[in-house]
Design a protein around this ligand. Structure first.
Ligand code: NOJ
Length: 988
């Protein structure tokens, strides 16, 4: 078995024969190595702050030592400034913490707390460190791209009570920040009701700078005896006080962190009164509705951790950290969704606790019966928090998206199926797999190459023996409009005769160690250095490496996979970089760790934008590590999962959570990365994987081949069916991506997002809606199932996608799900666009006709949208797209297509429309057709702009009576109306 320690072992081709036989025998022993990763107790600042919380909670006389100096308050242009004073030594000393509260035009408030001494650089670093002295204040440069316009309407309240400052903000001044001076705290209110509270429990803790006081080494007094072996140290009674043991140095797993700035954590309690559910803060293998973290039956004992890490063989149902971090949390109750975004890139832990409150008529404005309390703890950096007051989940998605950016509009191939494994072994192997897909008539768009394609793990090279003709391999794929994704990792092999490492060193673009020398660690290639993409010069250099004439053998259909960018360092602490490493600008790695993956992914995105002068295309780059903002530059996947049912199950809440956390282009390895799935599991995984926005099959190098044509009948046919379902619904998926790109809405959506008033469904995380299509899927994630229970939240009819069986009534419904059936329902009231002609790749569907599926609601009406563009360039930004709204008016029985964007005609639009001129609707299916239509055999079609003779034409229709519980349906065949045109079909 290949392990991390075998990195840079002899040429893998020599070993592969051995694996082929071995892999049949080996079932990997899988379980995470807990000892490699810290618990809160082993992470000094987390332990200190939890202790701080315990002491504060235990003491009835606890008073938070932070107070706002009222005399320091200023308010100008939507921003409040003040100094918060932290009292030390019973009042003898006060630490000055500059506070700003900024009220944004979007109704979002931003609270920033810094430390004056560090801000001014008025501190001494230890160990002659060259690190920056300030608290890290550049996370926003990476995460934020907009939404920062300050509100002109925000105003100080004139009726403030003594000891409080109040600011009205948000649309019509309906939001209010109530700032309590002593102890310092803020309540955020909407329409007079408190939604979010800062420092209610007094856990605000900003570890101020202090010099290390060297304790004198006690000299042995005369006559004192040597301690005998085995004899206990005579311990003196320690005075009660702060636990200093991890202030100055910290050792874990044999690595010592030198901490040149001493203790510098920031922590704050944030409460959501009346909110029982909190969601978000990916990435964890846990439920959508977050569990509590202070012990108790079924709950966690450790806080949720955000510290991007390569967690080998990660475990299910755990608050352990994974590969990415999005410190955005939302709280939801009936009638309200609010949230916070903790903008900090250092290691962060979040405790969640819940408290039942008995209904108290006097607790003004606080509704609901449960409060959720959270406690956020970061190792360094600013306290910088955004507060969102909703009030709907859609508002939150939009507001968070305005700040951190909406998901990139992908090329259309990127949302089709990707075939990956570690590894396709030669260029001939790639072509062979490609031919086999065709032979079995299985659609796919992209084939992937893992690290073995390189010449001895030197990125930007090809193994000369196995990938002899990458150019002809690309041409072969391009014939069917297929693409190739090649992996490029951030570690650069430290070896001779490799121009990439020579340039990296010469240009001084690598991450440095604490002494300021280029840092060297161990990864796949063996000894490596890491490109420091915080450095603008490194991005410029990186861009050059991807030009076709630099990365020879690549072509316009080559795209990139960024892996190991947490960064993964096999011999580093917790499999990553030492925290005292230095990045561009002399920021310590500690400060920037969680944003590191984004900087690398971003550099790759920039590189892919223009690989040849004038050839500007939408990039596709997959990342494993991510932070808030990563959605702007590509897709993510959930890393190294296992071929086990539990991992299939966990993938649904994980991908849903990515969606509501602003990074919806997400998926899990279909089939499971480690281990060999049974044929049933593989089939079910494909049937579920078609609902991942990012849909890729992938497998570890030790596993058996499992391309969809391998398992044989009936599995291959069933997997093909599932893939075809994804392909036929690509127009609906593309429309959902466009919505995500323009509004921040998730692509797959949990029940609470679609039905925010349905309390019984808030925690449901095993079923999903696709965009705004009304398609409700319930993937089968357990072995041997022949039915599933689908939860319906409203009183609309839900039609089985395949046989139109009607399910109606709020609550659970049993839906048949034998292996050959994918449980998929259509909520009445929607019109779903699809393309039914099976093709080998999505590119070959570009000019295919459409089918419109009209699922009628209780009123006999339905509506839906379709977004289309060239799927490749940025011309859509100059109006070159088709955006239609379809509406079936149940009163008049008329189906119409109208333009959704009345954008002005541009040359780009005209050119695009010309290419789409002949693309038509070939079928309309009305599901839930009224009985009165029985016998109807024609409808009247009217198309705008058609020739006089064709302006009103009669088109054949067929009415079908549903059997048993199935709805009636009517099919209109070939109305020949154009997809880009306005038209009407009269069913009356
Ligand atoms: C780790 C990634 O998570 C996995 O997907 C990949 O196959 C291996 N690295 C090898 O590159």
């Amino acid at each position: 078995m290949i392990t991390r320690r075998d990195a840079a072992a002899p040429r893998w081709t020599a070993v592969v024969l051995g694996w082929a036989t071995l892999s049949c025998l080996l079932v990997p022993a899988v379980s995470v190595k807990h000892e490699n990763f810290k618990t809160c107790d082993q992470s000094g600042f987390c332990k200190r702050n939890r202790q701080f919380a315990d002491d504060a909670t235990a003491s009835s006389s606890w008073v938070s030592p932070y107070a706002l100096d009222a005399a320091s308050i200023t308010f100008k242009d939507g921003q409040l400034g003040a100094t918060v004073l932290k009292t030390l030594n019973e009042g003898e000393e006060k630490v000055k913490l500059p506070l700003t509260v900024t009220f944004l035009d979007s109704g979002v408030a931003r609270v920033t707390l810094d430390e004056e001494k560090r801000q001014k650089g008025d501190i001494q670093l230890r160990h002659d460190s060259q690190a920056r002295k300030e608290r890290y204040n550049e996370a926003g440069d990476w995460a934020l791209v907009g939404g920062l316009k300050v509100s002109e309407g925000a105003a100080l309240s004139e009726q403030a009570e003594q000891g409080y400052t109040k600011v009205f903000y948000g649309e019509g001044g309906k939001h209010q920040a109530v700032i309590r001076h002593q102890p310092f705290g803020i309540e955020f209110q909407r329409d007079g009701e408190t939604q979010v509270k800062f420092n209610e429990r007094g856990l605000l803790n900003l570890e101020h700078w202090r010099p290390k006081v060297e304790k004198p080494v006690e000299e042995k007094k005369e006559g004192e005896e040597e301690k005998k072996e085995g004899e206990e140290e005579k311990k003196e009674e320690q005075p009660q006080g702060e636990d200093e043991s991890t202030w100055w140095e910290e050792t874990f797993g044999g690595n010592t962190d030198s901490k040149p700035r001493g203790p510098e954590a920031v922590a704050l309690d944030i409460s959501f009164p009346g909110y029982e559910h909190v969601f978000g803060i990916p990435e964890h293998a846990t439920s959508l509705s977050l569990k509590t973290t202070r012990g108790g039956e079924g709950n966690y004992n450790d806080p949720y951790r955000l510290y991007n890490a390569d967690v080998f063989e990660y475990e299910m149902d755990s608050p352990m950290t994974l590969y990415g971090a999005i410190p955005f949390m939302q709280a939801h109750r009936k009638g309200s969704t609010v949230g916070v975004f903790w903008l900090n890139a250092a290691e962060t832990w979040i405790d969640v606790t819940k408290q039942k409150t008995s209904a108290n008529p006097l607790s003004l404005g606080v509704k609901g019966h449960t409060d959720t309390h959270t406690h956020w703890i970061s190792e360094s950096g600013l306290l910088d928090v955004f507060v969102f007051l909703g009030p709907t989940p859609q508002d939150l998605a939009r507001q968070y998206g305005e700040l951190t950016g909406y998901t990139a509009m992908p090329q259309s191939f990127a949302i089709a199926y990707h075939q990956c494994r570690w590894n396709y072994v030669t260029d001939e192997d790639v072509k062979d797999v490609d031919r086999k897909f065709d032979k079995h008539k299985i659609p796919y768009d992209v084939i992937w190459l893992d690290i073995e394609y390189t010449n001895e793990k030197k990125y930007f090279t090809w193994d000369p023996l196995t990938f002899v003709r990458p150019d002809t391999m690309h041409q072969h794929l391009d014939k069917r409009e297929r693409k190739l994704v090649a992996i490029i990792d951030p570690h650069i092999k430290n070896t001779d005769n490799y121009p990439v490492i020579d340039e990296l060193k010469k240009k001084d673009l690598a991450v440095k160690n604490k002494d300021g020398n280029q840092y060297e660690g161990w990864c796949w290639p063996g000894s490596s250095m890491w490109v420091d993409c915080f450095n603008p010069a490194a991005i410029t250099w990186w861009k050059g490496l991807f030009k076709y004439d630099s990365f020879k053998g690549t072509a316009p259909n080559t795209f990139i996979w960024n892996d190991m960018n947490e960064p993964s360092v096999f011999n580093g602490p917790e499999t990553t970089m030492p925290k005292d490493n230095l990045h561009f600008g002399n920021w310590e790695h500690r400060d920037v760790h969680n944003v590191n993956g984004l900087t690398f992914h971003n550099a790759t995105y920039q590189a892919l934008l223009e690989r040849k002068k004038g050839e500007i295309r939408r990039p596709f780059a997959l990342t494993r590590a991510f932070y808030s903002g990563s959605q702007r530059v590509g897709a993510m996947w959930t890393g190294d999962n296992l071929a086990e049912w539990s991992h299939l199950q966990a993938s649904i809440p994980m991908v849903l959570n990515q969606g509501i956390s602003g990074f919806p282009f997400a998926g899990a390895d279909v089939g499971g990365f480690f281990g060999n799935p049974s044929k049933e599991l593989l089939t079910r995984w494909y049937q579920a994987g078609i609902y991942y926005p990012f849909f890729r099959g992938h497998a570890h190098i030790d596993t058996r081949r499992r391309e969809p044509y391998i398992p044989g009948s009936p599995y291959t046919e069933l997997i093909t069916q599932a893939l075809r379902l994804r392909y036929s619904l690509l127009p609906a998926w593309y429309t959902a991506f466009h919505e995500a790109h323009t509004t921040g809405a998730p692509i797959i959506r949990p029940n609470f997002y679609v039905h925010p008033e349905d309390e019984a469904g808030f925690a449901i995380d095993d079923q999903l809606y696709i965009g705004s299509t009304g398609l409700l899927a319930k993937p089968v994630t357990s072995e041997g199932a022949d039915s599933v229970s689908v939860y319906i939240a409203d009183s609309q009819p839900y039609y089985d996608y395949f046989d139109y069986t009607v399910y109606k009534g709020a609550g659970p419904h049993t839906v048949p799900a034998p292996l050959e059936k994918i449980p998929l329902l259509m909520q009445g009231g929607h019109i779903i666009p699809r393309r039914d002609r099976p093709r080998r790749s999505s590119g070959l569907m570009r000019y295919d006709p459409f089918t419109l599926v009209v699922a009628l609601d209780n009123e006999g009406s339905a509506s839906g949208t379709l977004y289309l563009d060239d799927g490749e360039t940025f011309n859509y930004q100059q109006g070159a797209f088709i955006h239609r709204r379809f509406n079936f008016d149940g009163k008049r029985n008329i189906l119409t297509s109208s333009n959704l964007d009345n954008a002005s005609r541009t040359a780009k639009l005209d050119a695009y429309l010309k290419t789409m001129d002949k693309v038509r609707i070939e079928k309309v299916i009305i599901i839930g057709a009224p009985k009165a239509w029985k016998g109807k055999d024609s409808v009247i079609v009217m198309e705008e702009g058609a020739k006089e003779s064709a302006r009103r034409k009669s088109v054949a229709a067929e009415f079908h009576e549903g059997k048993g519980k199935a709805a009636n349906w009517l099919v209109v065949r070939d109305p020949k109306v154009g997809i880009s045109r306005g038209w009407k079909i009269d069913f009356a």
